[in-house]
Design a protein around this ligand. Sequence first.
Ligand SMILES: *Cc1c(COP(=O)(O)O)cnc(C)c1O
Length: 427
Amino acid sequence: MTASNGERVATPPRAPTPIHKFGTLAVHAGSPHDPVTGAVIEPISLSTTFAQTSVGKPVGAYEYSRSSNPNRHNFEKAVAALEHAKHALAFASGSATTAIILQSLAAGSHVISVSDVYGGTHRYFTQVAKAHGVKVTFTPEIEVDISQHINENTKLVWIETPSNPTLRLVDIRAVVTAAHAHGILVVVDNTFLSPYVQNPLDLGADIVVHSVTKYINGHSDVVMGVAAFNSDELRTRLSFLQNAIGAVPSAFDSWLAHRGLKTLHLRARESTKNATAVSTALEASSNVIAVNYPGLASHPHRSIALKQHRDGMGGGMLSFRIRGGHAAAELFCQHTKIFTLAESLGGIESLVEVPSSMTHAGIPKADREAVGVFDDLVRMSCGIEDSDDLVADVLQALEKAVAGVAPENGANGTNGTNGAVNGTDSA
Ligand SMILES: *Cc1c(COP(=O)(O)O)cnc(C)c1O
């Protein structure tokens, strides 16, 4: 390739072919060298509009940044590669992604979903989709009774696996087989595992969605969402809505999320290693009633994990019931020094929370408990710190919480860190 000054600059990279493995795709898919300067890392393209040489003839592939821009386009190409999809479209948040897919259904459509679907998705289904005439049925055992819920208006099945916060698994292939027999599309929210651990399209799903905010960006500094799929017809419909509704990510957020995605394989492996070590230690503790982690042999759906997840990996998320009820659960989160008490998940840093009073507080107690979200349940997102440190942190917090010891004000801890690792969050 020749620049305007006549010098040869970097040749455009070859598009990655399917023979490349995950890490290679994560680093190179959608990451062309800048054809003019040779920059190895793409510049952030902040321009909202792009010059045209004559009316309707833009210089390059872009016209106006809501419709498409280089950073978003490259990020979408990278996600499509990692999810083995032909197309991907990025949105302003995971929630906007859900909204656009639901918006694409005609009034009068019917959707089937799972009882323990993500809270924001449940809220959208019951309080927003309903207003434009889309009905949603929730079932706790979708593989068992999906056929009983299908009617002539059923257009979509929306599942999430693992579920939040009890980490139950759904057999994607079983749901797809039942839905496709009636011509119904299947959407899988793959946020909790990331494309490194699970690729729903390979199991027959029609659309895979992510809250990019979690593992794909992975650094807790971007709110964003993405949908990936193979159908050209879906691409036409959803990209029309992406542009018409305009819930799109900024060029800067797209660039950051793309940078985060390039290390997804490394982060996913470390967080799985850490969650495995932490859940094994929890399971061996007399201070723990039960552990929910799909990587453990004791998990009721372990056989699905072995079939559906890369190398049977359990991912970075786990939850457990602590002895001593809700009070102990709250104390536990105040005593951890490396795990920060906060909502969200999937970042490099480890987080801990009590779903019954935080992420799932909006669900009535009886409904919560019916799906295993008891007051003594603690949810943990394992980051990429060192396993030994995380395990030690969990064990010391368990001892103090179950003994009912209140954390000291300010200087919390006896190991010399004085709470410096997570600062005021544990106060
Ligand atoms: C966070 C989350 C969402 C919503 O994504 P936002 O980016 O916060 O809008 C959807 N599904 C799951 C499983 C999530 O964890």
